[in-house]
Design a protein. Structure first.
Lengths: 185, 137
């Protein structure tokens, strides 16, 4: 069983299970929208004193913090007990494109040359970890949701705003990848 | 006890995110370079089943575990907010290779420096809260 689960999962297995997670959250009385936890955490940290946006009934959102705590634990379980002992099967074209930008494919989930503590002191590492994170947090709240809230929950509910947001996600992502990456890396 | 169910769903989510490789910086690059079907397959399948699930929930007036009919609020319409906010989000998604769900999951995977990414995302959320009234909504 463990061996079976430890193989890399096919996209249709993963996709179906993500829909199941959305259903379970709705059934439990919540919803599938991860970025709202960032707003909740700001409120808990006292951000309401600086901006009214953070003065709301954040205690009603505590369940979502428990959900993301579970995501941390799930990530730990999967990496410790369900890891496939093989390199990620990334497209060769992506490997070459990244190599041209001096980013080596090391077989892991993310390039360890960028995703480590020392890298924070380099310009590239700072951009990826700090600026990247900042843009995700700022953009998610401005757009009123992230991949889970818009691309999965919103589109599943046929929301036009979510379609506009997802188009925005791709305009931003394509701009970063194709226009800005050659300048940064 | 009330929170235990969310903890279990979260653990399931973290395992799925890891095994799907959707938390991989490389997979996000592959997606934005249109060099693999993997991420599109994941999102497409989730969406196909998601559409079915939402329709069934609405048509059967399904009740949640608290006994209340599940209600899914419509989003307020605007173009500027979703498009501009979405673009900012997309820039960050491609750069850091992680949206919020994967961020939390990556910490569990041992990428402790992602805590800095989450802290930066909190700062970004806070900055939005400060500037909210000045931004096109």
């Amino acid at each position: 069983m463990i061996e079976f689960l430890s193989q890399p999962w096919a996209w249709y297995v993963s996709g179906s299970l993500i829909a199941l997670v959305m259903f379970l959250l709705l059934w439990a009385g919540g919803f599938f929208g991860v970025s709202t936890t960032l707003r909740t955490l700001c409120s808990i940290g006292g951000a309401g004193k600086a901006a009214s946006f953070f003065n709301y009934d954040w205690k009603s959102q505590n369940w979502n913090l428990v959900f993301v705590l579970g995501a941390v634990i799930g990530g730990f379980i999967a990496s410790k007990f369900l890891a496939a002992n093989e390199a990620l099967q990334i497209s060769q074209a992506t490997v070459s494109d990244l190599l041209a930008l001096n980013i080596a494919f090391d077989g892991g989930l993310a390039p360890t040359e960028l995703f480590n503590w020392e890298s924070l002191l380099s310009l590239k590492g700072f951009l990826v970890l700090v600026v990247g994170g900042f843009l995700v947090g700022f953009g998610a709240r401005w757009a009123g949701g992230c991949t889970s809230g818009h691309a999965i929950s919103g589109l599943s509910n046929l929301q036009l705003p979510s379609l506009i947001a997802v188009i925005g996600f791709f305009i931003g992502g394509l701009t970063m990848t194709h226009l800005l990456f050659p300048l940064i890396f | 006890m009330k929170f235990l169910k969310y903890l279990f769903i979260g653990i399931l989510f973290g395992i799925i995110m890891t095994k799907s490789e959707a938390i991989s910086w490389y997979r996000i690059q592959e997606m934005f370079r249109f060099q693999s079907f993997h991420m599109y397959g994941i999102i497409g399948t989730a969406l196909a089943f998601g559409l079915l699930i939402i329709q069934l929930i609405k048509r059967t007036q399904l009740k949640n575990t608290d006994g209340n009919v599940i209600e899914i609020a419509d989003k307020q319409f605007s173009i500027a907010r979703y498009l501009l906010g979405g673009i900012v989000f997309g820039l960050g998604w491609a750069l850091s290779g992680a949206c919020p769900g994967p961020m939390y999951t990556l910490v569990g995977n041992g990428f402790t420096v992602i805590i800095v990414v989450i802290a930066s995302a909190l700062l970004g959320t806070f900055a939005y809260g400060l500037l909210r009234d000045k931004l096109p909504g």
